[in-house]
Design a protein. Structure first.
Length: 463
């Protein structure tokens, strides 16, 4: 039996998810159009950027690139979601403790991990598991656990197809189409709450994110995120398209050499929902789903992340000290000042060991040079070797928390304290999470080995 490649199943699913979310949240369609317009303008205006992205294989993935986010309630839900994403060639990468930012969840990102799979479709889903053990109200936590125990977020038909894929190592074309249709049901919005209004209000009082997870029959996708090449232009133009952006772009400041991840969003929709009541239903509203935009830069090494964290902490401390009346402008100024010490060109980032790159042979080996690790700097200077920035494929806990908080109806953060529990998360997941740093290191190491071998053999890919 011929199996449909997992990369193709992932592409089918991400397209179906995007189409569904566009129908559910019309402003998402407007956002997609805005991002495409800005990307088109950027590529037309910057021929060097277009050439670099084209040579690195990034142009083709730009229009299909998305990430989504879901919030789960139980260990069994996380276990089955992991199995579902595995059918699409997506692995859990990284562990994120969001309790440090006042959110009662810990998370991972399901995504493809190989260079080839990422270039085909880098679809990612940031997946959070709520931590009811962090609630002070133990009676409410027990009640929430009981509510969640009654729901089943993956359809029986989807589970059967997952088991079939696991047993035979994949799915044929017709099964893959059926799997995508069934998997989509897990992420669909349902306007009927599963709890009475009074229970919903008590859950909201504990934390709005917990209410969003516990009060509905499934983990509706709460946002889908296209990738832009100029998030500042998108932020500026959103009001012109009738979209109200959040006040501050999360992540690093605007730079010549983009690093990590910058994110912004429009405010979550206030949506009409129906609560079960003794005499039928009771109308109410819920706020959770929103639109988000991201701009991705180069992945940083452990040394680069340490410097990034120091600069970000300095900016936040400075903004807090000078917060009176300055608002978003004060934070942006503090951010720019704090990051002045962070190198802002790719040669410096690479030489200083602050960022990860992917190497390729781009011109014949010059006379007198050896295709060896010791000659890398000379080979780069000659143009025979090219170092392309590795796109940061993952997430930033502080930025994720900032987006979540701004779209839960309040910017207030609960103080849950630092309480990472990776072991419990991985036990629920049914496997260890993949180290994102190890992935970037392996891609850099293998690309250099292959590029040097290609130079030695006279096999080059023109820049």
């Amino acid at each position: 039996m011929t199996h449909l490649p997992a990369d193709e199943i992932r592409s089918l699913f991400s397209r179906a998810m995007s189409d569904m979310y566009r129908k559910e949240v019309p402003q998402y369609g407007t956002l997609i159009e805005l991002v495409r317009d800005v990307n088109r303008e950027m590529l037309a205006a910057d021929s060097d950027l277009r050439a670099r992205m084209d040579s690195a294989g990034e142009i083709a993935r730009l229009d299909v690139e998305r990430h989504g986010a879901i919030r789960l309630g139980t260990a069994s839900e996380l276990f089955n979601i992991r199995r579902m994403f595995a059918v699409m060639g997506m692995s859990p990468v990284g562990y994120y403790d969001l309790s440090v930012a006042g959110l009662p969840v810990h998370s991972t990102a399901f995504r493809p991990v190989s260079t080839e799979a990422l270039q085909i479709n880098p679809f990612r889903v940031f997946t959070s598991l709520i931590r009811l053990e962090l609630l002070e109200d133990r009676a409410l936590a027990a009640e929430a656990e009981e509510i969640l125990s009654r729901r089943k977020i993956v359809t029986d038909d989807c589970l059967a197809l997952i088991e079939k894929a696991e047993a035979q190592g994949g799915l044929g074309a017709s099964d893959a189409e059926a799997f995508v249709a069934q998997a989509l049901e897990t992420f669909r919005w349902h306007s009927e709450a599963t709890v009475p209004a009074e229970t919903y209000e008590r859950l909201c009082a504990a934390h709005r994110l917990i209410a969003d997870v516990v009060s509905f029959r499934g983990p509706h996708i709460n946002h889908l995120t296209p990738r832009t090449l100029d998030i500042d232009a998108v932020q500026k133009q959103m009001p012109e398209r009738g979209i109200a952006p959040k006040a501050v772009i999360e992540g690093p400041p605007r730079r010549r050499a983009d690093i990590l991840l910058r994110q912004t969003s429009f405010k979550a929709l206030e949506e009409r929902i129906l609560f079960p009541a003794e005499t039928g239903t009771e109308e109410g509203t819920h706020t959770a789903r929103f639109g988000e935009i991201e701009q991705r830069g180069v992945a940083l090494t452990p040394a680069g992340r340490e410097l990034y964290d120091r600069c970000l902490a300095e900016a936040r401390a400075a903004a807090a000290v000078g917060a009176s009346g300055e608002g978003a402008g004060g934070y942006v100024a503090a951010l720019d000042a704090a990051f002045e010490s962070f190198p802002d060109d790719h040669d410096s980032l690479r030489r200083d060991g602050l960022a990860f790159y992917r190497y390729r042979a781009a011109a014949p080996l010059p006379a007198g040079l050896q295709a060896s690790p010791e000659a890398v700097e000379q080979l780069l200077a000659s143009g025979a070797l090219v170092a392309d920035p590795q796109v940061y494929e993952d997430f930033l806990p502080v930025s994720a928390a900032g987006i979540f908080q701004s779209n839960l109806g309040t910017d207030e953060q609960s103080n849950f304290g630092e309480s990472a529990n990776r072991e419990v998360f991985e036990a629920a997941l049914g496997r260890e999470v993949v180290s994102e740093m190890a992935l970037y290191e392996e891609i850099e190491r293998e690309s250099l080995t292959q590029a040097l071998a290609a130079l030695a053999a006279g096999e080059v890919t023109p820049a």
